[in-house]
Design a protein around this ligand. Structure first.
Ligand code: NAD
Ligand code: GLY
Length: 364
């Protein structure tokens, strides 16, 4: 078992990464205070892992809220269902919520924890690759609004994160690949060596080879923990973690939440951001081809944005992006592979060229 600490002073917390962690019944109880426990999960994950997690709490009150599955339920209505359960059960401030599921369950549960009785403890037990490498770490919690992705939320850190690689055995290949989009993001913005390693090990990773998976989750969490520790509330460099997300969130919103998976939209968005980087002369054509090769060929990600989304839709949706400052869009681009940088000076011509390109990452 590996332990990575997110260093945030008195709000610091451990991320445990390894195989079979859900067989270690002491791990969650020893990281939370005494009090009642409510596990929040969904209809897909509960038949798989709920009983196991419930068995950790035989000596205290433990109940569960089972949500419907999917991004389309990441809403204030679902938050309200959980508030009602907690209020009707008279759950007090010593209650701990356990988020058992992917990023949707984690984001919703974290937001409820941030706001119920002005804040109660919560723990993340991420069960998708995407949630293990990204959403369970760093304290971004929240829900979607009809008018935009993740528009309602709070920064609120969990007490610990338990990333058990074994639970990925039940994850579909489509969800696995979507998770690799966020993994590749870390290599692209922060770590060329990691990107090279991912490139060389894509076959083992798509086959969920346990040692490679543990390595992937550990390295991704290390990178994210370091970036969050430097800039918890995204005043500056944490924004790099949104590489591909400005375009990706627009795709998710335009296509209707849940129709394109978050990781799939991020993969397309990263290719669009890399295309923009190429257009302004930051990355070379050789690097651009490599980005395309690794995402499309090695990790079998669809990198072609949906034709249905018009340039106008992108521009409208991106205008409400959370990174916008004084109506100026800030893009996360690549100076080179392994080095992301924020750019607020993109010309409308370059942006429109990327948004309307038929063949991204190819200027020859
Ligand atoms: P998800 O939560 O919808 O999970 C994907 C699917 O896998 C769901 O159907 C889920 O029920 C199922 N599932 C979960 N664990 C499983 C398992 N072990 N075996 C079989 N099926 C399993 O999606 P996701 O990709 O985990 O997360 C995407 C969400 O995370 C988006 O809403 C995105 O905005 C959010 N996100 C948040 C952050 C953050 O920093 N908070 C970062 C990245 C993404
Ligand atoms: N997923 C982006 C962030 O956590 O900042």
């Amino acid at each position: 078992m590996q332990k990575i600490v997110v260093d945030l002073g008195e709000r610091s917390y451990p991320i445990f990464v390894g195989s079979g962690l859900l067989d270690k019944s002491h791990l969650i109880p020893m990281n939370i205070s005494e009090g009642r426990v409510v596990i929040v999960t969904n209809t897909v994950v509960s038949p798989l892992y709920l009983e196991k997690v419930k068995s950790f709490f035989v000596d205290r009150s433990c109940s569960q809220v089972v949500l419907p599955d999917g991004e389309s339920f990441k809403t204030l209505e679902t938050v309200n269902v959980i508030y009602k359960f907690l209020l009707q059960g008279k759950y007090d401030r010593k209650t701990t919520l356990v988020a058992l599921g992917g990023g949707v369950v984690g984001d919703i549960t974290g937001f409820v924890a941030a706001t119920y009785l002005r804040g109660i403890d919560f723990v993340q037990v991420p069960t998708t690759l995407l949630s293990q490498v990204d959403s369970s770490v760093g304290g971004k919690t929240g829900v979607n609004h009809q008018l935009g992705k993740n528009m309602i939320g709070a920064f609120y850190q969990p007490k610990c994160v338990i990333a058990d690689i074994s639970v990925l055995s039940t994850l579909s290949q489509r969800e696995l690949k979507a998770g690799f989009a966020e993994v590749l993001k870390y290599g692209l913005i922060n770590d060329l060596k990691f990107f090279d390693w991912l490139d060389s090990n894509s076959r083992e990773l798509l086959g969920k080879e346990p040692e490679c998976m543990a390595q992937v989750v550990k390295r991704s969490c290390e990178i994210k923990a370091e970036m969050v520790a430097k800039d918890e509330r995204e005043i500056g460099t944490r924004a790099l973690l949104n590489f591909g997300h400005t375009f990706g969130h627009a795709i998710e919103s335009a296509m209707g939440f849940g129709n394109v998976l978050h990781g799939e939209a991020v993969a397309m968005g990263m290719v669009m951001a890399a295309d923009l980087s190429l257009r302004i002369g930051w990355i070379s054509q050789t690097e651009a081809f490599r980005v395309r090769q690794v995402l499309e060929k090695n990790f079998q990600l669809n990198i072609v944005p949906p034709e249905e989304v018009s340039v106008k839709q992108y521009l409208d949706l991106m205008a409400s992006d959370k990174k916008t400052e004084n109506n100026i869009l800030r893009f996360i681009l690549l100076r080179s592979i392994g080095f992301g940088e924020i750019n607020s000076k993109i010309s409308s011509d370059a942006l429109r060229a990327t948004l309307s390109a038929k063949n991204l990452l190819c200027m020859v």
